[in-house]
Design a binder for this molecule. Structure first.
Ligand code: B12
Ligand code: SF4
Length: 467
């Protein structure tokens, strides 16, 4: 815990990020996780509305369930709010069973949005006073102020007398579902456990520059077809720069990590934003996510502008080395574009982190090998360039609320089996910093057996580490 932070007693709302594992049973091996920005934003907005709020990031703190429950019950907030994600759901359920029955329970996050009815009908959960779908900053303060408003608020459900109550309420005010990012207060970092964070000798903070994604990648919980309520919004450069300046002046932050899906994909706003960075002359660097299709064909002067504006590393979803699979997952890119984008960025001195998925549904052996080959090829092609290429490889896991989910259910996979996780590898490739991604459903979705997927994943990450 930050040394000066204790869980606030008697708060209106205590937001809890459930841990990925029950750390009562074995200690956490990571010492860093990105901050829970979503919970931080809800807390910032609720506090501004005059409520007392706290955030307990149990993953960052490596807390086990009994310890979390003890902290909550001792602090006795009026409400507890839990951020449900597929792999942490089971822990959240256990946690709710340990809570003092006098504490009201609010649920939200991607899993709550993906399967609200199943959650409301999950008899293992003792009580659900509000389940909020989607971005919650504007609705949570209203719920806390007066529970009766849950009948008037759009996309808020609950359980009453053992029954799921899911009224259809039209959003009279569109901001209730998609808050105006430029009108929102700047994120109060006191609510974040490990942010700013000292990465080696550089003080780093995470930021969100946009929300929503117009793409429809089949494995992704942010895909547009699964989130028809989400409008794509990019923060205006003035607001972004105000936050950057604040991070610089309050904490001395030297590097920003934009964690949103598409910081560099918005062709309309990106130039103005980059120019704002340059005009501020803040002497800060930043990392961001981008899209291959945009960066492969971007004008040279845009790449030059990125570099001048302090861009250090771009994270790109490459996913696979097979054009057929790229098309199957609806990635809207091809391997030639991947190579073009990576080489162009590295030539400019911008590092690239490529995300890859092994074991995607329908992946054939040759396609699996093509992904491993593409990683090695990108290492070779960028050897000696001013920017470096590195890979971050994951085993495929299907999540509810993704376009893949229905396809897989239709293909005969059971939802229960797809949501059952076990730790997967005991390998140095997964030591400490990647432990949070080291779990698996154990299900085979392509031609390559799961054991081989895991072996190859560990081997390529070991190779990456040695480089
Ligand atoms: C940055 C990020 C991370 C960061 C930070 C995670 C965090 N705890 O916030 C890191 C790298 C640590 C991470 C880890 C994981 N992530 Co992640 N992550 C993201 C990413 C790219 C952006 C999240 C973000 O900050 N969005 C901006 C904020 C403002 O939005 P938000 O977090 O969604 O929060 C809003 C609403 O969801 C809602 N809300 C959220 N929580 C709550 C709680 C309550 C009570 C209420 C009322 C509302 C509410 O209100 C918030 C404000 O508007 C998303 C993709 C995406 N576009 O969402 C994936 C995503 C959320 N991650 C995902 C997953 C699976 C994980 C991991 C489980 C990965 C893993 N290990 O396999 C872990 C979980 C770690 C943990 N428990 O902390 C999935 C979730 C799918 C699902 N159905 O569960 C997503 C959608 C990506 C995907 N694969 O499709 N992640
Ligand atoms: S993987 Fe990236 S581009 Fe694709 S839908 Fe998800 S956030 Fe959008």
């Amino acid at each position: 815990m930050k040394p000066d932070r204790k869980v606030t007693a008697g708060a209106d709302l205590l937001l809890v990020n459930s841990p990925l594992k029950n750390y009562d049973l074995s200690p956490r091996r990571n010492d860093f996780t990105l901050p829970t920005l979503g919970l931080g934003y809800i807390a910032t907005c609720a506090e501004q509305a005059g409520l007392t709020v706290d955030v307990l990031d149990a993953e960052a703190l490596g807390l086990g369930l009994s310890k979390i429950a003890a902290l909550i019950n001792e602090a006795r907030p009026r409400w507890v709010g839990l951020n449900l994600l597929a792999p942490t759901y089971v822990h959240s359920v256990k946690l709710m069973q340990l809570l003092d029955p006098g504490i009201s329970v609010m649920l939200g996050g991607h899993q709550a949005k993906a399967m609200p009815r199943a959650i409301l009908e999950d008899v293992r959960i003792p009580r659900i006073d509000a389940l909020v779908l989607g971005e919650a900053e504007t609705r949570v303060p209203r719920l806390l102020a007066d529970l009766k408003t849950r009948r008037e608020l759009p996309a808020v459900y609950w359980r009453e007398a053992g029954r799921a109550i899911m009224p259809v309420v039209r959003a009279k005010d569109p901001l209730l579902l998609a808050p105006d990012l430029d009108a929102m207060p700047l994120l109060d970092r006191r609510f974040l456990q490990q942010d700013p964070y000292m990465d080696g000798s550089v003080l780093e903070s995470a930021m969100v520059a946009s929300r929503g994604c117009p793409f429809d990648c089949s494995f992704c919980g942010a895909a547009i077809s699964s989130n028809p309520d989400v409008t794509v919004r990019m923060r205006r450069p003035e607001g972004l720069m105000a936050e950057v300046r604040q991070l610089r002046s309050l904490y001395g932050v030297q590097r920003i990590r934009f964690v949103d899906d598409l910081f560099l994909a918005n062709r309309r706003l990106i130039r103005t934003t980059l120019k704002a960075f340059i005009d501020e002359s803040l002497d800060m660097s930043w990392d961001a996510t981008g899209r291959i299709n945009v960066l492969a064909s971007a004008a040279d002067d845009l790449l030059a502008l990125m570099s001048e504006a302090g861009c250090r590393e771009v994270a790109l979803g490459i996913e696979t080395g097979s054009d057929r699979l790229l098309s199957h997952v609806d990635k809207k890119i091809n391997v030639a574009q991947v190579i073009q984008a990576v080489v162009r960025l590295c030539r400019r001195g911008i590092h690239v982190k490529g995300y890859f998925i092994l074991g995607l549904p329908t992946e054939m052996r040759g396609e699996h090998q093509a992904t491993l080959d593409l990683i090695r090829r990108l290492w070779d092609l960028t050897e000696g360039l001013p920017g470096c290429f590195r890979c971050s490889v994951f085993e495929y896991r299907p999540y509810p609320g993704t376009p893949d989910w229905q396809r897989l259910v239709g293909a005969g996979y059971s939802p229960e089996a797809m949501l059952k996780y076990a730790d997967s590898l005991d390998d140095e490739a997964f030591s400490a910093d990647r432990d949070e991604f080291n779990f698996s459903t154990g299900l085979q979705f392509g031609e390559v057996p799961v054991a081989t997927v895991r072996q190859n994943l560990a081997a390529i990450m070991r190779e990456q580490r040695r480089r």
